[in-house]
Structure formats: C-alpha cells, structure tokens
Design a protein around this ligand. Structure first.
Ligand SMILES: [Zn+2]
Ligand SMILES: [Zn+2]
Length: 241
C-alpha cells in the first residue's frame, strides 16, 4: 500500500533527472547531458554478456563460453555495473526509488526492442523471484518492477507466479567461490506455475544485476528440465571482468 502511494506520488511530480536531480526534459527521467555521460557497454560476449574488451573471440563468444557455455542462450544488459549505475541500482532496491528503476528499465526496454528487430520476441517475461521473507522486508521485487516496464514497452506478457524462491539463501555477494555460490542456490528455486509455461518456447529471464551468473544459470537449468525453450537473460547491469 505504502509503495503504491510512493509510486503514485513519483508519477505525479515533474520528472527530475535520476542522476543530477535537475529537471529532465525526457520522459524517462534521465536528462540529455547525463544520458550521454552514463557508462556504456562495449562489445559483449553474445552468450554471457560479459564485455570482450578487445579480447579475441570466436563468433563474439568469450573464451569461457566457448569452453563451457552457460545454461541460457544469451545475456544482455543495459549498462555495465560501474559508477554511477551501481549506486543508482542500490537506491532503487534499498530505498524504493521506483523512479530510478523505471528510468533504467526504459533503457533496457529500448535495447530489448532493438535486439529483436526482425526476430521473434520472447513469449514470456519471468522475473527472478525473491523469497517471501525478503519480499516482505523489501516490499517489492526489483526484477518484477523491471519486468513491468519491459511488458509495457516491449509488449511481452509478464508472469510473476511461474517461478518461486522456496529457500531463503544468503546474499550471493557474500559467497566467495563459484562452488559456494552454486551450493547456496541448490534447491532454492522452483517452477510453481507450470500452466504458464505450456507451449512457451522462448523465455526472457529478468534480473537487476548479473554478476557470477549463478542465479540465472540455476533457474535456466531448472526451466529447461521442464520445458524445451530458448532462454534470454535481460538485466539492468552486468559486472565487468
Ligand atoms: Zn541529469
Ligand atoms: Zn561469454
């Protein structure tokens, strides 16, 4: 209820730029000056979304994906996870700054529409779920908020009931090895809405930040056990190597 109120207030106010606070003359709350200065991704691996940084690649695939491709088909981010994007995403998640979430998601929606030009779009958007206790303490699921903007601007249906997080895990950022991250997520997620997946062959999995890919890999593997489908990951930001 409180968050609905907060969202309504923010929508009613004239839009100020989420970066500099000045009046933004754009409909997505990033002024033109800040928009041109925000960090941009260079050439990225078409599988895992990591920046290639001029490293040699085969078919735009990084060395690690050539050796062992991830369990999803592609990962695309709107921004690199660097300043000020990291701070903006933290304010969105931890201070309920829906204006920031909306604004960054609009950039992601533009990238999404550009990516699928001339191709079939995914048939379903699935936000990475939060455990119920985390959802209660935060009041909202940030991936769901991103998904709502994509659903509206990319015209793809969103389902927030297909996936559930059934085990409350430690934050992935507190795990210091790949094995620890994978173990932390074991049996953490489940497909709770099989009906929504019926006939779906192409899914977009939505997250705020993709770091180690442990979460997106775990969910993709689980989805693929249920359904033969293409899975494209979409996130606001991707960490740099
Ligand atoms: Zn600005
Ligand atoms: Zn890669």
């Amino acid at each position: 209820m409180f968050y609905q109120f907060l969202r309504a207030i923010r929508c009613a106010l004239p839009t100020s730029c989420i970066v500099c606070g000045q009046v933004a003359e754009t409909d997505h709350s990033i002024c033109n000056d800040c928009g041109s200065e925000l960090p941009k991704l260079s050439d990225c691996c078409q599988r895992c979304g990591i920046e290639l940084n001029g490293r040699l690649s085969h078919d735009r695939c990084c060395a690690s994906c050539q050796l062992s491709p991830p369990s999803f088909d592609s990962c695309t981010a709107a921004f690199p996870y660097v300043s000020p994007i990291n701070k903006l995403i933290a304010d969105f998640k931890f201070s309920a700054r829906f204006d920031i979430g909306y604004s960054l998601s609009r950039t992601l929606a533009s990238a999404f529409n550009a990516y699928y030009t001339g191709m079939d779009k995914p048939e379903l958007l699935l936000p990475v779920p939060l455990h119920e206790s985390r959802l209660r303490s935060r009041g909202f699921n940030q991936a769901n908020e991103i998904g709502k903007v994509l659903a509206k601007y990319c015209a793809v249906p969103l389902s927030h009931s297909t996936l559930s997080k059934v085990r409350n895990t430690e934050p992935q950022s507190s795990m210091n090895s790949v094995a620890a991250r994978a173990k932390n997520l074991r049996k953490a997620f489940t497909v709770s809405g099989m009906a929504e997946l019926s006939g779906v062959t192409h899914i977009a999995l939505i997250d705020d930040v993709v770091t180690s890919m442990a979460t997106t890999q775990t969910i993709s593997r689980m989805l693929r056990e249920q359904q033969d489908c293409r899975i494209d990951v979409w996130c606001l930001a991707r960490t740099r190597l």
